[in-house]
Design a protein around this ligand. Structure first.
Ligand SMILES: *Cc1c(COP(=O)(O)O)cnc(C)c1O
Length: 335
């Protein structure tokens, strides 16, 4: 990869994660890290679940969004914010904008499930549905920034967002100092970047594994190409993971490239069994975007897990109940 004209090492450090943690603490839940007997039995490892499905707004995205939005100045607050999202980032931005008493506009593609759209609207945000991909929604957001002066709240490629997501790593190490590995879903890479900065600067031996869908995986294909590449977007149960990493990606690609130890690729067929395992074994409803990390553990994609202490980030729960029922619960009852 052609070297970027600056190193991210100069721009974000462990101390930024600690600072983020202090800032967001009043607004964000410190979620439990919970031992999972069912996943441990299935993997012969000691598996702990970082339960961001219990986070306010139903996903970890609130951490990064809050850390970013707390840094808005008064003039920016007056102008209001705009975001592009596969659903959960938009929900976090809309929620926190309502708490701050500022205006939010969320641009979504037609692929975003209706339950996520309804949640965003319920916080009073303005929703714009544009085109069939996040790249299309981005064009509208860019226009609103340009013409109306709205303030752009990036979903992943922003150091303040990355630092917010990285607070997950600090909490995991506090609760399980002997952790050997952390597995998290990987899409735009804000989550894995933040976690990797935390883990690698605390202890380089902690392995960081990112789990992605095996088709149209923007980050994985960009890592292969050594530069940001655009991927297509289609319907998937892992709707939270759709989209490219942005052709002008500045941070998440170099950070993931430097720090992530392994990418685990998951097929569409592996999502439902992982969701069933979580439902049956843990009584938890998780969305498809979260299920990739469970599937990575469960499906034997990761070498040398036996006996290791592994933290698995359960990123969100925002699946439409009817869709969950049809895809996951019906089979469980029949079984
Ligand atoms: C956004 C999201 C991810 C992926 O996070 P990135 O920072 O884009 O890599 C994973 N799971 C869920 C539920 C999400 O909403």
């Amino acid at each position: 990869m052609t070297k970027p004209d600056f190193g991210f090492e100069d721009l974000i450090h462990l101390s930024d994660l600690f600072r983020a943690r202090q800032s967001i603490a009043p607004h964000v839940r410190r979620t439990p890290l919970s031992f999972s007997p069912s996943l441990s039995d299935a993997t012969k490892a000691e598996v702990w679940l970082k339960l961001e499905n219990l986070q306010v707004t139903g996903s970890f995205k609130l951490r990064g969004a809050v850390n970013r939005m707390l840094q808005l100045d008064d003039a920016e607050k007056k102008r209001g914010v705009v975001a592009v999202s596969s659903g959960n980032h938009g929900r976090a931005v809309a929620y926190f904008a309502a708490r701050m008493g500022i205006k939010a506009t969320i641009c979504l593609s037609s692929l975003v499930p209706s339950n996520k759209i309804d949640a965003i609207k319920s916080y009073g945000a303005e929703v714009k549905i544009v085109g069939d991909s996040q790249d299309d929604a981005q064009i509208e957001a860019d226009r609103l920034v340009e013409e109306q002066g709205l303030v752009w709240i990036a979903p992943y490629d922003d150091l303040r967002v990355i630092a917010g997501q990285g607070t997950i790593a600090l909490e995991v190490v506090e609760d399980l100092p002997e952790v050997n590995m952390i597995v998290a879903p990987l899409s735009g890479g804000g989550l894995v970047s933040g976690i990797a900065i935390g883990m690698k600067q605390i202890d380089r031996r902690i392995r960081v594994v990112g789990a992605s869908m095996d088709c149209e995986a923007g980050m994985v294909q960009s890592l292969k190409a050594g530069r940001p590449v655009t991927v297509g977007e289609g319907p998937s149960l892992a709707d939270a993971l759709g989209g490219s990493i942005g052709l002008s990606n500045r941070f998440t690609l170099p950070i993931v490239q430097a720090y992530m130890d392994q990418a685990a690729l998951i097929s569409e067929d592996e999502l439902v069994p992982a969701m069933q395992l979580m439902f049956r074994g843990e009584g938890m409803v998780i969305e498809g975007g979260s299920a990739v990390a469970v599937a990575a553990l469960f499906g034997g994609k990761i070498p040398c897990m036996a006996g290791k202490k592994i933290a698995c980030v359960i990123t969100g729960r925002n699946i439409d109940p009817e869709r969950f029922e049809a895809a996951v619960a019906r089979d469980v009852r029949a079984a």
